[in-house]
Ligand binder design. Sequence first.
Ligand code: FAD
Length: 433
Amino acid sequence: MVKKVAIVGAGPSGVLLTHYLLRRQEKYQIDIFDFRSDPRTASFSKSRTFPIVLSQRGINALRQIEGLEEAVKAISLKTNGAVLHENNAKTRVINRKYQTWSLDRTNLVIKLLEQLTTKGDRNQLNIHFNHQCIQVDCAAKQVKFKKVDSEAEITVDYDLLVGADGARSVVRESLLKTDNFKCKQNYVPNDYKSIFLPPLNPKLGINWQQGKVHSWRIDNSTTVLLVYQMDSSMSGVVLFPHQDKTIAELATQQEVLSYFRQYFPEIGQIMPSSEAEDFASRSVSRVLTVRCNRYHYGDSVVLIGDAAHAVSPSLGQGCNAALEDAVIFNQILDKYSDNLAVAVEQFTIQRQADGIALVELSDYGLPSSKKLFFELLLRNSLSKYLHPILPKFFLPSLFELVAEGKLSYSEIFNLYQDWVDKVKKSNQEILSQ
Ligand SMILES: Cc1cc2nc3c(=O)[nH]c(=O)nc-3n(C[C@H](O)[C@H](O)[C@H](O)COP(=O)(O)OP(=O)(O)OC[C@H]3O[C@@H](n4cnc5c(N)ncnc54)[C@H](O)[C@@H]3O)c2cc1C
Protein backbone atom coordinates (compact mmCIF):
# COMPACT_ATOMS: atom_id res chain seq x y z
CA MET A 1 0.00 0.00 0.00
CA VAL A 2 1.21 3.52 -0.79
CA LYS A 3 2.23 5.31 2.44
CA LYS A 4 1.36 8.94 3.14
CA VAL A 5 4.37 11.07 4.02
CA ALA A 6 4.03 14.63 5.33
CA ILE A 7 7.30 16.57 5.27
CA VAL A 8 7.29 19.80 7.28
CA GLY A 9 9.94 22.15 5.88
CA ALA A 10 11.07 22.69 2.29
CA GLY A 11 14.65 23.46 3.29
CA PRO A 12 17.70 21.50 2.12
CA SER A 13 16.98 18.41 4.27
CA GLY A 14 13.25 18.15 3.54
CA VAL A 15 13.62 18.62 -0.22
CA LEU A 16 16.58 16.26 -0.58
CA LEU A 17 14.78 13.56 1.41
CA THR A 18 11.84 13.98 -0.98
CA HIS A 19 14.17 13.26 -3.92
CA TYR A 20 15.27 10.05 -2.21
CA LEU A 21 11.73 8.95 -1.32
CA LEU A 22 10.47 9.56 -4.85
CA ARG A 23 13.05 7.10 -6.15
CA ARG A 24 11.54 4.33 -4.07
CA GLN A 25 9.22 2.85 -6.66
CA GLU A 26 6.06 4.78 -5.93
CA LYS A 27 5.87 3.53 -2.36
CA TYR A 28 5.17 7.00 -1.02
CA GLN A 29 2.65 9.79 -1.59
CA ILE A 30 4.50 12.88 -0.41
CA ASP A 31 3.22 16.28 0.69
CA ILE A 32 5.78 18.95 1.59
CA PHE A 33 4.65 21.99 3.59
CA ASP A 34 6.56 25.21 4.24
CA PHE A 35 5.33 28.39 5.87
CA ARG A 36 7.35 30.59 3.54
CA SER A 37 6.36 31.43 -0.01
CA ASP A 38 7.82 29.54 -2.94
CA PRO A 39 11.46 30.73 -3.27
CA ARG A 40 11.33 29.98 -7.01
CA THR A 41 8.84 32.80 -7.50
CA ALA A 42 9.16 35.02 -4.40
CA SER A 43 11.46 38.02 -4.53
CA PHE A 44 14.90 37.22 -3.15
CA SER A 45 15.20 38.34 0.51
CA LYS A 46 18.74 39.22 1.54
CA SER A 47 17.77 39.21 5.21
CA ARG A 48 16.92 35.55 5.14
CA THR A 49 19.86 34.14 3.29
CA PHE A 50 23.59 33.63 3.61
CA PRO A 51 26.30 31.73 1.77
CA ILE A 52 26.95 28.14 2.70
CA VAL A 53 29.91 25.95 1.94
CA LEU A 54 29.16 22.40 0.91
CA SER A 55 31.88 19.86 1.58
CA GLN A 56 32.20 16.23 0.56
CA ARG A 57 29.36 14.97 2.79
CA GLY A 58 26.87 17.37 1.24
CA ILE A 59 28.19 16.85 -2.28
CA ASN A 60 28.06 13.05 -1.89
CA ALA A 61 24.45 13.31 -0.76
CA LEU A 62 23.56 15.27 -3.91
CA ARG A 63 25.59 12.95 -6.17
CA GLN A 64 23.36 9.96 -5.51
CA ILE A 65 20.35 11.64 -7.13
CA GLU A 66 20.66 11.84 -10.89
CA GLY A 67 21.37 15.37 -12.15
CA LEU A 68 21.57 17.04 -8.75
CA GLU A 69 25.33 17.26 -8.40
CA GLU A 70 25.68 18.93 -11.81
CA ALA A 71 22.75 21.27 -11.21
CA VAL A 72 24.06 22.52 -7.86
CA LYS A 73 27.66 22.65 -9.08
CA ALA A 74 26.53 24.95 -11.89
CA ILE A 75 25.40 27.56 -9.35
CA SER A 76 28.39 27.13 -7.00
CA LEU A 77 31.93 28.42 -6.87
CA LYS A 78 34.71 26.00 -6.10
CA THR A 79 36.52 26.80 -2.85
CA ASN A 80 39.38 25.07 -1.13
CA GLY A 81 40.45 26.86 1.98
CA ALA A 82 40.51 30.21 3.62
CA VAL A 83 42.38 33.49 3.71
CA LEU A 84 42.73 35.02 7.16
CA HIS A 85 43.16 38.76 6.82
CA GLU A 86 45.32 40.14 9.59
CA ASN A 87 46.26 43.66 10.66
CA ASN A 88 48.16 45.81 8.17
CA ALA A 89 46.59 43.99 5.22
CA LYS A 90 48.75 40.90 5.86
CA THR A 91 47.13 37.58 5.02
CA ARG A 92 47.53 33.96 6.05
CA VAL A 93 46.39 31.45 3.45
CA ILE A 94 45.04 28.07 4.50
CA ASN A 95 44.83 25.54 1.69
CA ARG A 96 42.68 22.48 2.10
CA LYS A 97 43.05 19.10 0.50
CA TYR A 98 39.37 18.80 -0.34
CA GLN A 99 37.41 20.97 -2.63
CA THR A 100 34.23 22.56 -1.35
CA TRP A 101 31.48 24.52 -3.09
CA SER A 102 30.13 27.84 -1.94
CA LEU A 103 26.66 28.99 -2.86
CA ASP A 104 23.71 30.83 -1.46
CA ARG A 105 21.39 28.79 0.80
CA THR A 106 18.22 30.01 -0.91
CA ASN A 107 19.66 29.26 -4.35
CA LEU A 108 20.49 25.73 -3.18
CA VAL A 109 16.87 25.21 -2.15
CA ILE A 110 15.59 26.67 -5.43
CA LYS A 111 17.79 24.28 -7.38
CA LEU A 112 16.69 21.27 -5.31
CA LEU A 113 13.04 22.25 -5.86
CA GLU A 114 13.50 22.83 -9.59
CA GLN A 115 15.07 19.42 -10.01
CA LEU A 116 12.25 17.86 -8.03
CA THR A 117 9.48 19.24 -10.18
CA THR A 118 11.07 19.14 -13.61
CA LYS A 119 11.71 15.41 -13.48
CA GLY A 120 9.11 13.16 -15.13
CA ASP A 121 5.73 12.31 -13.68
CA ARG A 122 5.29 13.70 -10.21
CA ASN A 123 1.78 12.51 -9.28
CA GLN A 124 3.18 11.31 -6.02
CA LEU A 125 4.20 14.80 -4.91
CA ASN A 126 2.44 17.97 -3.76
CA ILE A 127 4.26 21.03 -2.45
CA HIS A 128 2.33 23.49 -0.30
CA PHE A 129 3.97 26.83 0.41
CA ASN A 130 2.49 29.38 2.84
CA HIS A 131 1.41 26.53 5.11
CA GLN A 132 2.59 26.83 8.68
CA CYS A 133 2.67 23.73 10.84
CA ILE A 134 0.97 24.64 14.10
CA GLN A 135 0.22 21.34 15.80
CA VAL A 136 1.00 17.64 15.71
CA ASP A 137 -1.14 14.93 17.23
CA CYS A 138 1.32 12.06 17.38
CA ALA A 139 -1.22 9.57 18.74
CA ALA A 140 -3.78 10.26 16.00
CA LYS A 141 -1.02 10.66 13.34
CA GLN A 142 -2.37 14.02 12.26
CA VAL A 143 -0.62 17.31 11.60
CA LYS A 144 -2.34 20.68 11.43
CA PHE A 145 -1.39 23.64 9.21
CA LYS A 146 -2.52 27.24 9.09
CA LYS A 147 -2.59 28.82 5.65
CA VAL A 148 -0.48 31.95 5.95
CA ASP A 149 -2.54 34.02 3.49
CA SER A 150 -6.06 33.08 4.62
CA GLU A 151 -5.76 31.87 8.23
CA ALA A 152 -7.68 28.74 7.19
CA GLU A 153 -6.55 25.51 8.84
CA ILE A 154 -6.15 22.06 7.38
CA THR A 155 -5.47 18.74 9.07
CA VAL A 156 -3.44 16.08 7.30
CA ASP A 157 -3.20 12.36 8.13
CA TYR A 158 0.16 10.71 7.78
CA ASP A 159 1.92 7.34 7.97
CA LEU A 160 5.27 9.13 8.28
CA LEU A 161 5.78 12.68 9.52
CA VAL A 162 9.20 14.19 8.80
CA GLY A 163 10.16 17.19 10.91
CA ALA A 164 12.54 19.03 8.58
CA ASP A 165 11.42 22.40 9.89
CA GLY A 166 14.73 23.76 11.07
CA ALA A 167 16.22 24.84 14.38
CA ARG A 168 12.92 26.15 15.80
CA SER A 169 11.01 23.03 14.75
CA VAL A 170 7.34 22.84 15.69
CA VAL A 171 7.40 19.08 15.08
CA ARG A 172 10.21 18.74 17.62
CA GLU A 173 8.31 20.90 20.06
CA SER A 174 5.34 18.57 19.84
CA LEU A 175 7.59 15.62 20.73
CA LEU A 176 8.43 17.36 24.01
CA LYS A 177 4.94 16.44 25.16
CA THR A 178 5.67 12.73 24.62
CA ASP A 179 7.42 10.36 27.04
CA ASN A 180 11.21 10.03 27.06
CA PHE A 181 11.91 12.83 24.61
CA LYS A 182 14.39 15.40 25.85
CA CYS A 183 15.90 18.30 24.03
CA LYS A 184 18.40 20.96 25.04
CA GLN A 185 18.40 24.22 23.10
CA ASN A 186 21.09 26.88 23.49
CA TYR A 187 21.86 30.09 21.74
CA VAL A 188 25.48 30.28 20.56
CA PRO A 189 27.41 33.23 22.03
CA ASN A 190 27.61 34.96 18.64
CA ASP A 191 24.74 36.59 16.71
CA TYR A 192 25.05 37.41 13.02
CA LYS A 193 24.00 39.78 10.26
CA SER A 194 24.29 39.03 6.55
CA ILE A 195 26.50 41.27 4.45
CA PHE A 196 26.62 41.75 0.64
CA LEU A 197 29.37 43.55 -1.27
CA PRO A 198 29.50 44.42 -4.97
CA PRO A 199 32.18 43.11 -7.37
CA LEU A 200 35.52 44.71 -6.50
CA ASN A 201 36.35 47.86 -8.39
CA PRO A 202 39.68 47.16 -10.21
CA LYS A 203 40.71 50.79 -9.57
CA LEU A 204 41.02 49.98 -5.86
CA GLY A 205 43.77 47.48 -6.59
CA ILE A 206 42.29 44.90 -4.21
CA ASN A 207 42.82 41.35 -5.29
CA TRP A 208 41.21 38.93 -2.87
CA GLN A 209 41.73 35.40 -4.05
CA GLN A 210 38.71 33.66 -5.58
CA GLY A 211 37.98 30.18 -4.31
CA LYS A 212 38.69 30.97 -0.66
CA VAL A 213 36.60 31.91 2.35
CA HIS A 214 37.90 35.32 3.46
CA SER A 215 37.85 36.13 7.14
CA TRP A 216 38.68 39.11 9.35
CA ARG A 217 38.61 38.93 13.14
CA ILE A 218 39.09 41.60 15.79
CA ASP A 219 39.96 41.27 19.46
CA ASN A 220 36.42 40.94 20.83
CA SER A 221 36.04 37.97 18.41
CA THR A 222 33.76 39.84 15.97
CA THR A 223 34.41 38.09 12.67
CA VAL A 224 33.52 38.89 9.07
CA LEU A 225 33.32 35.94 6.67
CA LEU A 226 32.99 36.61 2.95
CA VAL A 227 32.92 34.41 -0.13
CA TYR A 228 32.66 35.29 -3.79
CA GLN A 229 29.41 34.63 -5.61
CA MET A 230 29.00 33.62 -9.25
CA ASP A 231 28.64 37.25 -10.38
CA SER A 232 31.93 38.22 -8.61
CA SER A 233 30.05 39.99 -5.84
CA MET A 234 30.78 38.83 -2.31
CA SER A 235 28.40 37.80 0.41
CA GLY A 236 28.79 36.56 3.91
CA VAL A 237 28.08 37.19 7.54
CA VAL A 238 29.31 39.34 10.39
CA LEU A 239 29.41 37.29 13.60
CA PHE A 240 29.56 39.18 16.86
CA PRO A 241 29.17 38.45 20.59
CA HIS A 242 25.52 38.65 21.65
CA GLN A 243 26.29 40.82 24.68
CA ASP A 244 28.18 43.39 22.58
CA LYS A 245 25.46 45.58 21.08
CA THR A 246 27.76 47.74 18.90
CA ILE A 247 26.76 46.15 15.59
CA ALA A 248 23.12 45.57 16.53
CA GLU A 249 22.79 49.26 17.37
CA LEU A 250 24.28 50.65 14.15
CA ALA A 251 21.23 52.55 12.96
CA THR A 252 22.27 54.69 10.00
CA GLN A 253 24.28 54.37 6.82
CA GLN A 254 26.93 56.70 8.30
CA GLU A 255 27.25 54.69 11.52
CA VAL A 256 27.72 51.47 9.56
CA LEU A 257 30.36 52.99 7.30
CA SER A 258 32.23 54.52 10.25
CA TYR A 259 32.18 51.19 12.09
CA PHE A 260 33.60 49.21 9.21
CA ARG A 261 36.17 51.89 8.34
CA GLN A 262 37.41 51.83 11.92
CA TYR A 263 37.38 48.09 12.69
CA PHE A 264 37.46 46.42 9.26
CA PRO A 265 39.04 49.10 7.04
CA GLU A 266 39.48 46.79 4.05
CA ILE A 267 35.75 46.11 4.02
CA GLY A 268 34.87 49.70 4.90
CA GLN A 269 36.59 50.96 1.77
CA ILE A 270 34.55 48.79 -0.58
CA MET A 271 31.17 48.95 1.15
CA PRO A 272 28.81 51.13 -0.90
CA SER A 273 26.46 53.44 0.98
CA SER A 274 23.45 51.45 -0.32
CA GLU A 275 24.75 48.31 1.42
CA ALA A 276 25.56 50.32 4.57
CA GLU A 277 21.95 51.47 4.64
CA ASP A 278 20.60 47.95 4.08
CA PHE A 279 23.00 46.54 6.68
CA ALA A 280 21.65 48.97 9.29
CA SER A 281 18.08 47.82 8.69
CA ARG A 282 18.83 44.10 8.32
CA SER A 283 17.75 42.12 11.34
CA VAL A 284 20.16 40.45 13.74
CA SER A 285 19.82 36.67 13.81
CA ARG A 286 20.51 34.37 16.72
CA VAL A 287 21.75 30.83 16.17
CA LEU A 288 20.21 28.03 18.17
CA THR A 289 21.93 24.71 18.79
CA VAL A 290 19.84 21.63 19.44
CA ARG A 291 20.73 18.42 21.27
CA CYS A 292 18.00 15.74 21.34
CA ASN A 293 18.12 12.37 23.06
CA ARG A 294 16.24 10.78 20.15
CA TYR A 295 15.23 11.71 16.62
CA HIS A 296 12.00 9.74 16.38
CA TYR A 297 8.69 9.10 18.03
CA GLY A 298 6.80 5.81 17.97
CA ASP A 299 6.49 4.25 14.54
CA SER A 300 5.81 7.37 12.51
CA VAL A 301 7.72 10.59 13.32
CA VAL A 302 11.32 11.41 12.47
CA LEU A 303 13.35 14.61 12.85
CA ILE A 304 16.08 15.44 10.34
CA GLY A 305 18.48 18.31 9.64
CA ASP A 306 18.48 21.34 11.92
CA ALA A 307 15.25 20.18 13.57
CA ALA A 308 17.26 17.28 15.01
CA HIS A 309 20.73 18.77 15.42
CA ALA A 310 21.02 22.50 14.67
CA VAL A 311 24.63 23.61 15.08
CA SER A 312 26.67 26.78 15.15
CA PRO A 313 27.95 27.72 11.65
CA SER A 314 31.59 27.72 12.85
CA LEU A 315 32.59 24.48 11.07
CA GLY A 316 30.20 24.95 8.12
CA GLN A 317 28.60 21.54 8.62
CA GLY A 318 24.89 22.14 9.44
CA CYS A 319 23.70 21.83 5.86
CA ASN A 320 26.15 19.07 5.05
CA ALA A 321 24.82 17.06 7.98
CA ALA A 322 21.22 17.88 7.01
CA LEU A 323 21.81 16.53 3.49
CA GLU A 324 23.64 13.48 4.86
CA ASP A 325 20.58 12.70 7.01
CA ALA A 326 18.58 12.08 3.82
CA VAL A 327 21.19 9.56 2.62
CA ILE A 328 21.20 7.77 5.94
CA PHE A 329 17.41 7.56 6.18
CA ASN A 330 17.32 6.21 2.63
CA GLN A 331 19.94 3.57 3.47
CA ILE A 332 17.86 2.52 6.46
CA LEU A 333 14.75 2.17 4.26
CA ASP A 334 16.82 -0.02 1.92
CA LYS A 335 18.04 -2.20 4.75
CA TYR A 336 14.65 -2.60 6.46
CA SER A 337 12.52 -2.88 3.30
CA ASP A 338 10.62 0.36 3.94
CA ASN A 339 9.35 -0.78 7.32
CA LEU A 340 8.70 2.71 8.71
CA ALA A 341 8.37 1.70 12.36
CA VAL A 342 11.83 0.15 12.28
CA ALA A 343 13.26 2.89 10.08
CA VAL A 344 12.43 5.83 12.36
CA GLU A 345 13.86 4.05 15.39
CA GLN A 346 16.97 3.02 13.46
CA PHE A 347 17.49 6.64 12.46
CA THR A 348 17.90 7.56 16.14
CA ILE A 349 20.15 4.55 16.72
CA GLN A 350 22.39 5.34 13.76
CA ARG A 351 22.41 9.12 13.79
CA GLN A 352 21.85 10.59 17.26
CA ALA A 353 25.44 10.16 18.49
CA ASP A 354 26.71 11.85 15.33
CA GLY A 355 24.27 14.72 15.79
CA ILE A 356 25.43 15.35 19.36
CA ALA A 357 29.09 15.01 18.30
CA LEU A 358 28.60 17.60 15.57
CA VAL A 359 26.97 20.09 17.95
CA GLU A 360 29.91 19.67 20.39
CA LEU A 361 32.52 20.01 17.64
CA SER A 362 30.80 23.08 16.20
CA ASP A 363 30.44 24.71 19.63
CA TYR A 364 33.94 23.95 20.85
CA GLY A 365 36.10 23.24 17.80
CA LEU A 366 36.94 26.92 17.40
CA PRO A 367 38.05 28.73 20.56
CA SER A 368 37.03 32.26 21.55
CA SER A 369 40.41 32.85 23.19
CA LYS A 370 43.01 34.49 20.97
CA LYS A 371 45.76 32.35 22.50
CA LEU A 372 43.97 29.08 21.76
CA PHE A 373 43.02 30.32 18.31
CA PHE A 374 46.71 30.71 17.46
CA GLU A 375 47.44 27.32 19.02
CA LEU A 376 44.83 25.87 16.66
CA LEU A 377 46.42 27.55 13.64
CA LEU A 378 49.84 26.30 14.72
CA ARG A 379 48.58 22.76 15.30
CA ASN A 380 46.92 22.77 11.87
CA SER A 381 50.00 23.89 10.03
CA LEU A 382 52.30 21.50 11.92
CA SER A 383 49.93 18.57 11.54
CA LYS A 384 50.59 18.42 7.80
CA TYR A 385 54.18 17.37 8.52
CA LEU A 386 53.95 15.83 11.99
CA HIS A 387 50.72 13.84 11.78
CA PRO A 388 52.39 11.01 9.82
CA ILE A 389 55.12 10.75 12.52
CA LEU A 390 53.14 11.46 15.70
CA PRO A 391 49.51 10.79 14.74
CA LYS A 392 48.13 11.01 18.30
CA PHE A 393 49.71 14.37 19.11
CA PHE A 394 49.19 16.03 15.75
CA LEU A 395 45.72 15.28 14.45
CA PRO A 396 44.68 16.22 10.94
CA SER A 397 42.91 19.59 10.91
CA LEU A 398 39.37 19.42 12.25
CA PHE A 399 38.13 21.29 9.17
CA GLU A 400 39.74 18.70 6.88
CA LEU A 401 38.27 15.82 8.84
CA VAL A 402 34.69 17.09 8.88
CA ALA A 403 34.89 18.27 5.27
CA GLU A 404 36.24 15.09 3.71
CA GLY A 405 33.40 13.06 5.26
CA LYS A 406 35.25 9.75 5.56
CA LEU A 407 34.89 9.56 9.34
CA SER A 408 31.57 9.96 11.11
CA TYR A 409 31.14 13.00 13.34
CA SER A 410 31.32 10.70 16.42
CA GLU A 411 34.65 9.27 15.27
CA ILE A 412 36.02 12.78 14.77
CA PHE A 413 34.70 13.83 18.18
CA ASN A 414 36.53 10.91 19.80
CA LEU A 415 39.79 12.08 18.19
CA TYR A 416 39.19 15.70 19.22
CA GLN A 417 37.71 15.17 22.69
CA ASP A 418 40.76 16.59 24.56
CA TRP A 419 40.76 19.71 22.39
CA VAL A 420 36.99 20.14 22.81
CA ASP A 421 37.38 19.90 26.63
CA LYS A 422 40.18 22.46 26.58
CA VAL A 423 38.17 24.94 24.47
CA LYS A 424 35.02 24.38 26.56
CA LYS A 425 36.95 25.25 29.74
CA SER A 426 38.55 28.31 28.16
CA ASN A 427 35.25 29.57 26.67
CA GLN A 428 33.52 29.18 30.04
CA GLU A 429 36.29 31.19 31.72
CA ILE A 430 35.89 33.95 29.13
CA LEU A 431 32.09 34.02 29.54
CA SER A 432 32.35 34.24 33.34
CA GLN A 433 34.70 37.27 33.23
C1 FAD B 1 25.09 32.20 9.01
C2 FAD B 1 25.01 30.74 8.70
C3 FAD B 1 25.99 30.16 7.89
C4 FAD B 1 25.94 28.80 7.62
N1 FAD B 1 26.91 28.25 6.85
C5 FAD B 1 26.88 26.93 6.59
C6 FAD B 1 27.91 26.33 5.78
O1 FAD B 1 28.82 26.98 5.33
N2 FAD B 1 27.82 24.99 5.55
C7 FAD B 1 26.83 24.22 6.07
O2 FAD B 1 26.82 23.01 5.85
N3 FAD B 1 25.84 24.76 6.83
C8 FAD B 1 25.85 26.09 7.10
N4 FAD B 1 24.85 26.65 7.85
C9 FAD B 1 23.77 25.79 8.39
C10 FAD B 1 22.67 25.51 7.36
O3 FAD B 1 22.14 26.69 6.85
C11 FAD B 1 21.57 24.68 8.00
O4 FAD B 1 22.15 23.63 8.72
C12 FAD B 1 20.64 24.10 6.93
O5 FAD B 1 19.96 25.13 6.28
C13 FAD B 1 19.65 23.13 7.58
O6 FAD B 1 18.74 22.70 6.63
P1 FAD B 1 17.29 22.19 7.09
O7 FAD B 1 16.57 21.83 5.85
O8 FAD B 1 17.42 21.13 8.13
O9 FAD B 1 16.62 23.45 7.83
P2 FAD B 1 16.32 24.90 7.28
O10 FAD B 1 17.28 25.31 6.25
O11 FAD B 1 16.17 25.76 8.48
O12 FAD B 1 14.89 24.76 6.58
C14 FAD B 1 13.73 24.55 7.35
C15 FAD B 1 12.52 24.90 6.52
O13 FAD B 1 11.35 24.66 7.34
C16 FAD B 1 10.45 25.74 7.19
N5 FAD B 1 9.68 25.83 8.44
C17 FAD B 1 10.12 26.17 9.66
N6 FAD B 1 9.11 26.11 10.54
C18 FAD B 1 8.01 25.73 9.87
C19 FAD B 1 6.65 25.51 10.24
N7 FAD B 1 6.21 25.67 11.49
N8 FAD B 1 5.79 25.12 9.28
C20 FAD B 1 6.19 24.95 7.99
N9 FAD B 1 7.48 25.16 7.59
C21 FAD B 1 8.37 25.53 8.53
C22 FAD B 1 11.33 26.96 6.93
O14 FAD B 1 10.62 27.97 6.23
C23 FAD B 1 12.46 26.36 6.09
O15 FAD B 1 12.18 26.44 4.72
C24 FAD B 1 24.89 28.02 8.15
C25 FAD B 1 23.90 28.59 8.95
C26 FAD B 1 23.96 29.94 9.24
C27 FAD B 1 22.90 30.55 10.11
